[in-house]
Design a protein around this ligand. Structure first.
Ligand SMILES: Cc1ncc(COP(=O)(O)O)c(C=O)c1O
Length: 368
């Protein structure tokens, strides 16, 4: 019998729309290509796979809880201080833990509309208010972010390159935003796609972390390193912030196979370069070809493109999505991001990229 007084979650939690992950199957089709979660089509380095297999020999014991070897390797690779590096169960965990540590009920966080949903989810979970500011031409609007600051603002999230828009915040704009923030507001710069960005004025924000006490840069092994299944990410943070986060993250938040695979992946520069070069070749190709079909494509610094079908009539994006799925090509419909007239396409292998352009071309020709 249902109780009249069941356990109640804390305020804010029932307002959360559960995160919807990218689809990975199509009913009735056993061969599909998943282009819906911004994973690398090259997969991980073989060295990472071997390290993962080797870790299987030692599953009985707890991992080294501080992620010491991985943090040291990251510090060496990027010229950072190991004691200021945090490791996490994906950068998702890192974002969530910062939110848990720095937002009290009734505080505000600021992020942009139509961006990665975890900023809002983590804020609501802390019973705080998520202020989402509109973009300008698909770009993060720094002036709007500054204008949205309130005395209760404790965290500002910047996603650069932004998911799903693909646009980025230039280094000078990061500086301008930071200069406008009170010193007790934490600026979290999410660089999940940082390794793909090639714009000369792009920065993942480490320069700001180095010189300020209120800036954190988050990164992941899920994207260019191809280790999404293992859930491993990291952050570069001020010493005091790292100390706070280390008090509340779970003691063994990253597992040993993940730590070992990430460490091996970091050492495989040739594989990293192959993934980066593949993207640098096919991202502009897709942008050109899909633009030529009459779809608005937002220029991207990531490994994905936002395709905007709005000018082609309401419902075109979802109809295109259905046509692509029908051929086993799974893109990301963006209804949950508040962009129902758009799809997000992850750069795939050559065959998949050509197939997407072919199917889209046929679909759009059929509507004329
Ligand atoms: C912008 C952004 N940040 C963070 C993440 C989370 O990545 P992770 O797999 O490291 O949790 C994603 C994953 O899609 C993302 O797109």
């Amino acid at each position: 019998m249902a109780s009249s007084n069941p356990p109640r979650p804390r305020a804010g939690i029932l307002e959360i729309e559960p995160y919807v992950a990218g689809q990975s199957s199509v009913p009735g089709r056993n061969r599909v290509v998943k282009l819906s979660s911004n994973e690398t089509p090259l997969g991980p380095s073989i060295r990472a796979i071997e390290a993962f297999r080797a870790a299987a020999e030692d599953l009985y014991s707890y991992p080294e809880g501080s992620g010491r070897d991985l943090r040291s390797a990251l510090a060496r690779k990027y010229g950072l201080e190991a004691e200021r590096i945090l490791h996490g169960n994906g950068s998702d965990e890192i974002l969530a833990v910062h939110t848990q540590a720095y937002l009290s009920p009734g505080d505000d966080s600021i992020a942009t509309e139509h961006s990665f949903p975890i900023y809002e989810i983590a804020t609501l979970a802390a019973n705080a208010r998520a202020i989402l500011v509109p973009n300008r031409n698909n770009c993060t609007d720094i002036d709007a972010m500054i204008a949205a600051l309130t005395p209760r603002t404790r965290i500002v999230f910047v996603c650069s390159p932004d998911n799903p828009n693909g646009t980025y915040v230039p280094k000078s704009e990061l500086e301008r935003l930071h200069a406008a923030l009170p010193s007790d507001v934490l600026l979290v710069i999410d660089g999940a796609y940082a390794e793909y960005a090639r714009a000369a004025d792009y920065s993942a924000g480490d320069f700001l972390v180095r010189r300020a006490d209120n800036v954190v840069m988050t990164r992941t092994f899920s994207k260019i390193y191809g280790l999404a299944a293992l859930r491993i990410g990291w952050a570069y943070a001020p010493v005091a912030v790292a100390d706070v986060v280390n008090r509340i993250r779970l003691p063994f938040n990253t597992n040993r196979p993940a730590q070992m695979a990430a460490l091996a992946a970091l050492g495989d520069e040739a594989h990293f370069k192959a993934a980066s070069d593949h993207n640098a070749k096919w991202l502009p190709w897709l942008e050109r070809e899909i633009t030529a079909l009459g779809v608005r494509v937002v220029p991207s610094q990531g490994n994905f493109l936002l395709l905007d079908f709005a000018a082609l009539g309401k419902g075109t994006a979802l109809a295109a999505d259905a046509a692509l799925k029908n051929e086993g090509l799974i893109l990301r419909a963006l209804v949950n991001y508040g962009l129902p007239e758009c799809l997000r396409l992850t750069v795939g292998l050559e065959e998949a990229n050509r197939a997407v352009v072919g199917v889209l071309g046929k679909f759009l020709a059929g509507r004329k």
